[in-house]
Structure formats: C-alpha cells, structure tokens
Ligand binder design. Structure first.
Ligand code: PGA
Ligand code: ZN
Length: 429
C-alpha cells in the first residue's frame, strides 16, 4: 500500500521548474515527474504555476508541490497502487474542476505516473506489462520512433516557422535498428548542414533537432533527404512534419515568416494555400505524417486536407488529448491520428481511455514528449503497453530525449523474441 508521498520542485530540460514525486509503498520508492510544453493550448489540463514574478520568472511550482504533500497525499494514503483508476479518480474527485485547475495537472500527473510504477512493482511486472494489463489489451509492440532532426517554430532560434521535421525508420527490422538508422542519419545531416551553413547551423533546438537558418520547409526536407541518402537508407526512412501551425496563425491566415526579425517580410498564406503547399510536399517527398497543419480551431481546413488522404494527419492542439475534442474530430472526420501528451490529460487512466477512443476509430496514435522534459522515461513504457505504434521523443541526442528511446531499447531486449517492431504497420500496429 501507499505509505508516503513526497513532492519537490526540480528543473526541466529548459531550466524551468517542474514537479517531481517520490511515492513510497511497502515495496520501495517510485519516482516520477511532469513534463511541460511551449505550445500549450487553452483546452489542455491546467499546469499549476506560482505566478510569483520574483521567483523563476513566475514559473515556480511550489503550490503544486504543497498540494501533493498535503491534500493528495492525505487522499491516497493506504491505497493499493495497483488500483490505478481508483487512485486517479480519487484525485479527480478532489480536484472537482473540468480542467484540473484546482490541484494542477502537473501535480496529478506526477502522482499518477509514480503510482503506476509502484503498481507494476507491487505486481512484480514490468511497467509496460502493467500498463497493457490496465488497458485490457496485451501488447508487446515497440513503436516506430518519430525522431526530430530539424527544429524550428517556438522550439528554436532560426527563422523556420515549422516546428519539427522528423524521420520515421519504418523499414527497420527492429527498434534497435531503427535507432541506429536514426542516429546515423542525424550525424550525416550534421555534416551536411555544417558544409552548407557553417558549424553554427548545427546548434540544436529544445528537442535536439538542428536549427540552421533555412528559408522554408522544402529546404529542410531536401537536407534530410540528402542525409538519408548518404546514410544509405533510401526508401526505408519516411518523413513526418509537426507544423504547430497554431503558433503562427494570425486571424485566419498563416504567417510563415512569423519569426523573421524584420516583420515587414510577412508571408501570409490562406488555409487553401496551406493545403496546396502540404499536398505538394506529400507528392514531392516521402512525407507520411503531418501534425497540426492548421490552427487549433481551424476544423474546416484540417478536415479538407485530411479528406485528400495524402498522409496521416495528427491532431495536437486541435485535440489537446481532450476526449470531447477527440469525439468531435472522429465524428466530423477532421483528422486521423491522436498526439498523446500525458500532461494534457493529467492522469494515466484518462490517457489509456483517450488512446482507446482513438484506436476504436481506427486512428493512428503517436505518444509524445513535451519540449520541457525530464529524465523520466514513462512514455516509453506507455507507448509499448498501449501498442501505440508511434512515439516521438525528439532527436537521438540530449539526455532527456534519449531517456525514452533508451528505455525502448531495454524493453525490446527484455521482450526478446516476443518483441514486435511496429515498422510498416506504424499506423495500425
Ligand atoms: P510542446 O511541443 O511540448 O512545445 O507542445 C511538442 C509538440 O508540439 O508536439
Ligand atoms: Zn505538436
């Protein structure tokens, strides 16, 4: 049973405070922490921050820490950590809001994940196995990693509007080979960027992708294609883009020059222009997935683009991992894949539920990190346990990104001959 819960403030990969929890049971101590995003939207569960401008520029989380140490700790004391849904429900009842504003999604998530780890230990099962038991399905599927190689948008200081260009080694025969292909391509890309833009072009963004000053998305895709070619993986690696278009939607238009230092150079595109641009990218390059191609509330253009059937269309801020928004998108055929960010939902139980909802609609599921991460590798076990088929955790560089990919290497090793790599079946593993 849960005997003690202690939280503290730690710093995430961007140097911004976040919540860490130590949850004790008779068996031992289980630790978890909450990630945090830059492109946070108004529909996601609320992250509690102190707002005291004198400390950490208002971003401290001491309120959330105190809530865990007092209210949450009191409510969960003595509970069996295997009863994940009861633990999560106890926190939801205590919170009483729709968006976790009272206790804070950062507080609730860290406790929920720590409890999940304790539950696995109580059962003497690996974490991914415990998660797949909780979801009622058994999965031993390793996801295809969506590896960020070029960063832009709010995650980097270059002029590129689009947030991420990712590579998907779908042609690997197992996860380990996928990481080898990803790492080799990343290093060839580094050399290519250095040749063309000088060594400073290889400086990286928040999630480890290179951030050269390229003029647009095609220039970035050309570089990546050249790197794949040099690495010898032509045809075996596909491309994905996270546009994060909400960040540069102004009124009803999209400003592809939103980061240009000289704001005279605006490059406004209509929703129709954007559809045309994406269609062209999908024909000219092996782009198989586009995330958040339009604004979070631009249901209309997202639906029009999805209907063309050119690639997987992933809803990030459109959905906010929120069951009501997912339901609307399913009913209206707005997109066809869920980006699962656990801190947008707030508890493990609710994360399992939204993945079920997406899978029942035959959607793809991509489990995702946030740009502000810690060394917690929970989402790796989650991606396997839920048989998501896809996981994005940034570049094959920087500790907090590798924490997840490396955990998948361990899981694959542990599963041995039972391990299945999603590979070409990444959209419906
Ligand atoms: P975020 O970025 O953590 O800043 O939201 C991740 C993503 O957009 O997929
Ligand atoms: Zn995104």
């Amino acid at each position: 049973v849960i005997t003690k819960i202690r939280a503290r403030q730690i710093l995430d990969s961007r140097g911004i405070p976040t919540v860490e929890v130590d949850l004790h049971t008779n068996k031992g101590m289980y630790r978890a922490s909450a990630p945090s995003g830059a492109s946070t939207g108004m529909y996601e569960a609320v992250e509690l921050r102190d707002g005291d401008k004198g400390k950490y520029l208002g971003k401290g989380v001491s309120k959330a820490v105190n809530i865990i140490n007092d209210k949450i700790s009191e409510a969960l004391m003595g509970m069996d950590p295997q009863l994940q849904s009861q633990i999560d429900q106890a926190m939801i009842d205590l919170d009483k809001t729709d968006n976790k504003a009272e206790l804070g999604a950062n507080a609730m998530l860290a406790v929920s994940i720590a409890a999940c780890k304790a539950g696995a230990a109580e059962k003497e099962a690996p974490l991914y196995k415990h998660i797949s038991d909780l979801s009622g399905k058994s999965s031993t599927t390793l996801p295809v990693p969506a590896i960020t190689v070029i960063s832009g948008g709010k995650h980097a200081g270059n002029n590129l509007a689009v947030q991420e260009i990712m590579i998907l080694p779908v042609g690997a025969s197992n996860f380990e080979e996928a990481m080898q292909m990803g790492s080799e391509t990343y290093h060839h890309l580094k050399a290519i960027i250095s040749e063309k833009y000088g060594p400073s072009g290889c400086n990286v963004g928040d999630d480890g992708g290179f951030a050269p000053n390229i003029s647009g998305i095609s220039e970035g895709l050309d570089l990546v294609i050249e790197a794949i070619d040099r690495a010898g993986y032509n045809g075996r690696i596909k491309l994905a883009i996270d546009v994060a278009a909400t960040d540069f939607c102004i009124g009803k238009k999209y400003d592809l020059d939103f980061k240009s230092p000289n704001k005279v150079g605006q490059n406004f595109k209509t929703g129709e222009d954007m559809i045309e641009m994406y269609s062209q990218l999908c024909t000219e390059y092996p782009v198989v997935s586009i995330e958040q191609p339009f604004d979070k509330d631009d249901w209309e253009h997202t639906k029009l683009f999805t209907a063309l059937g050119l690639c997987q269309v992933v809803g990030d801020d459109l959905l906010m991992s929120n069951p009501k928004r997912i339901e609307r998108a399913i009913n209206e055929y707005t997109c066809n894949a869920l980006l699962l960010k656990v801190n947008q939902v707030g508890t493990v139980t609710e994360a399992i539920e939204v993945v079920k909802q997406a899978k029942d609609a035959n959607w793809g599921v991509m489990v995702s990190h946030r740009c502000g991460e810690t060394d917690d590798s929970f989402i790796a076990d989650l991606a396997v346990g839920l048989g998501a088929g896809q996981m994005k955790s940034g570049a094959p560089c920087r500790g907090e990104r590798l924490a997840k990919y490396n955990q998948l290497l361990r899981i694959e090793e542990e599963l041995g001959s039972e391990a299945v790599y999603a590979g070409e079946n990444w959209r419906s593993p």
